[in-house]
Design a protein around this ligand. Structure first.
Ligand code: 2B7
Length: 651
């Protein structure tokens, strides 16, 4: 990308006109099969549509033109994205006799690729562009600020309502930059199962992009009455800042290492910082897309890191005795890294069901070579840091061998053999994992109610006492020694560590059920962290859930209603009104419900609400956990700018 920027930025702005835009087809197929274009029509797809518009604006920044991107969540439920780039071209395209803006907004283009070289790098998970979002919006309007004028076009479900017109004032109440693009849209509730944007989800996407595009000001403003707030992001140093952020509650072993190189039209950026913990946290991106399942860029990075460390160890003679015992895993203990490559959008091959994996085979050796060279140079120039890294890796290798020996001993003793299920487990009758559920219940008393209330056909109960093991510092051999965790591992049946076998998991729904108080939250964090660190596949497969007990019981005479939120409570009170006396009970713990109530409200599949844990949730729990349990050092001050004044300087 930098190559495009430096080589042809100048010429692009003058040469690139609507002539280069190739057109394929209209938007009918998008409304017919929305999921094919946007991934899904649930909340994930809804946010994907906003992300798509944001990415177009971010692309304009990546191309070197926009300095700011604003995202507004409007009071009426719509969203607005503003950039201060060049503005989408508004000239009439002779071959269609239509305005370029209209073409961009109403036609599908090949796989998001938009002919010519001007937009070689572009984001968007599905790379489909604004027209797809337009098709899936009840209404949309676009303003382009160019040539000192404001051009506007409005659409309904992707169909233009007007021609492109010059207007005298912007339709939004915001002092907009001289040039750029503004898109406002309201997602179609005929398409999406929910049309409510979630601030935190949008925030996460916005923040991620801020890290990936250094020096871009990103502003997120929630103007909805119930949730008014604003965050601003600006990172001077891109992924180095991201690595620091990921390590913020840990102790870095050295200052982040930054490697960057442009090779042909692929740019590789890697930031690395070891901390004194044990977990591995490596994130990878292609353009602005997070590759959650890694791929060739990540493989190349890992290979090169292992090789560079091994070579350096041999070179300075510190691996003498264990020459062949340092393996990849050892080099990734306590490793936080970001691998970020930028390449032409039209060459990217994504793989896997969720398209979260980079498939381009040529990228692996390319990244490996650049990382190897970069690490060699780093070690050369920073011998004392190099030595510290080596020591850490060497310690990991030693610990691994010790843990392996300890585990082998345990396994020989048969401590984890599935044959003897823990006494505390009230198992279900069903043997088919796909219909079996395991409730992890906080405390023996709630555990007792759950045992009585459950449907024993398919629901098993495992009570967990107070605080389960602090897994932050614990190695596998220690974990296996811990009674509560051992029970859990045996009940799950899939083993732990190197012996993991997901096919042996005995329940495809593992449901954490805790009180809605601080202790409950704490134990929930502990359990999530345990799964995140030791059994992440359970989460990735979507097998881990959190039960949501009701917050209120509303009773009038014999009529009882349960409410799971304050809003629901208010609605319930209204519908029940007219009765002489209503009693409202706020549940503080599971123990306040009798077995029958617990079944009705929280365990019966017909009524209950389960929250499925995504790997991001667990990651967050892991971070919280590190903060709570980690070392004495107080969390370092956030460097995120939550200050609008500062961030607005550059308009
Ligand atoms: C691939 C297509 C969609 N496009 C341009 C130029 C600028 C530009 C855009 C955009 C979203 C919300 C505010 C290029 C690229 C179309 O061609 S899209 N800015 N911003 C955007 O969508 N923001 C462009 C060359 C010369 N002049 C303008």
């Amino acid at each position: 990308m930098a190559s495009q920027q430096t080589k042809s930025k100048q010429s692009q702005s003058s040469e690139y006109t609507s002539k280069q835009i190739q057109v394929l087809e209209g938007l009918e197929p998008v409304r017919k099969r929305p999921a094919m274009y946007i991934g899904s029509t649930d909340s994930v797809g809804l946010h994907e549509s906003l992300r798509e518009i944001i990415d177009n604006a971010v692309d304009e920044a990546l191309a070197g033109f926009a300095k700011n991107v604003w995202v507004f969540l409007n009071e009426d439920g719509s969203a607005t994205v503003v950039d201060d780039g060049r503005g989408i071209p508004i000239d009439v395209m002779p071959q269609f006799k239509k305005n370029a803006l209209e073409i961009v907004m109403t036609k599908l283009h090949a796989g998001g690729k938009f002919g010519g070289s001007a937009y070689k790098i572009s984001g968007g998970l599905h790379g489909v562009g604004s027209s797809v979002v337009n098709a899936l919006s009840q209404w949309m309007w676009v303003e382009v600020r160019r040539n000192g004028k404001i051009y506007k076009q409005e659409y309904e479900r992707g169909v233009p309502k007007t021609d492109v017109k010059i207007v005298s004032a912007s339709g939004i109440d915001f002092k907009q930059p001289e040039t750029g693009t503004t898109v406002t849209f309201f997602p179609d509730d005929k398409i999406f199962s929910t049309v409510k944007f979630d601030f935190d989800t949008v925030k996460k996407a916005v923040r991620e992009r801020a890290y990936l595009v250094p020096k871009l000001f990103l502003h997120l403003i929630d103007n909805r009455v119930e949730s008014r707030k604003e965050v601003n992001y600006y990172f001077e140093s891109g992924i180095t800042a991201l690595v620091e952020k990921l390590n913020e509650n840990k102790n870095g072993v050295h200052k982040p290492i930054f490697i960057q190189k442009l090779e042909g039209d692929v740019e590789v950026e890697v930031a690395i910082q070891y901390n004194d913990g044990y977990s591995e946290n490596v994130e990878s991106f292609v353009n602005v897309i997070s590759t959650v399942n890694g791929g060739t860029h990540l493989t190349g990075f890992k290979m090169a890191l292992t090789r560079a460390i091994n070579d350096y160890g041999k070179k300075i003679g510190s691996f003498k005795d264990n020459e062949d015992s340092v393996v990849g895993d050892d080099t990734r203990e306590g490793l936080t890294a970001v691998v970020f490559i930028k390449m032409p959008q039209d060459r990217i091959q994504f793989e896997g069901q969720t398209k979260g994996k980079l498939g381009n085979s040529e990228i692996q050796p390319l990244v490996a070579q650049i990382v190897k060279e970069g690490m060699n140079m780093y070690f050369e120039e920073n011998p004392s840091e190099g030595r510290r890294i080596l020591e850490k890796v060497y310690l990991a290798a030693k610990a691994r061998l010790a843990a392996k020996a300890a585990k082998e001993a345990i396994l020989r003793k048969g401590a984890l053999e599935g044959s003897s299920l823990p006494g505390k487990l009230a198992d279900c009758q069903e043997k088919d994992p796909s219909v079996s559920e395991l409730y992890l219940v906080e405390g023996d008393s709630a555990g007792g109610s759950a045992k009585q209330g459950r449907d024993r056909k398919f629901q098993a109960i495992l009570p967990l006492k107070g605080k389960i093991l602090n897994t932050e510092r614990a190695r596998l051999d220690k974990i296996i020694d811990h009674e509560e965790v051992k029970n859990l591992i045996i009940a799950l049946g899939m083993g732990i560590g190197e012996t993991i076998n997901l096919e042996k998991l005995r329940y495809h729904r593992v449901i954490i059920m805790t009180d809605a108080d601080v202790d409950g939250e704490h134990i929930e964090t502990l359990i999530l962290t345990f799964f995140f660190r030791h059994l992440p596949d359970v989460i990735k497969q979507g097998y881990l859930y959190i039960a949501q007990p009701p917050l209120y019981k509303i009773q009038a005479g014999k009529e009882i209603k349960y409410a799971y939120s304050d809003e629901e409570k208010d609605v319930s009170i209204k519908t029940i009104q007219g009765r002489s006396s209503i009693s409202i009970q706020r549940y503080k713990g599971l123990g306040e419900m009798n077995p029958q109530q617990l079944w009705e409200t929280t365990m019966n599949p017909k009524n209950r609400i389960l929250k499925q844990i995504r790997i991001e949730d667990a990651e967050e729990a892991d971070a919280t956990f590190t903060m709570l349990m980690g070392d004495e050092v107080p969390p370092r001050k956030h460097f995120i700018q939550s200050n609008a004044k500062q961030a607005n300087l550059d308009i």
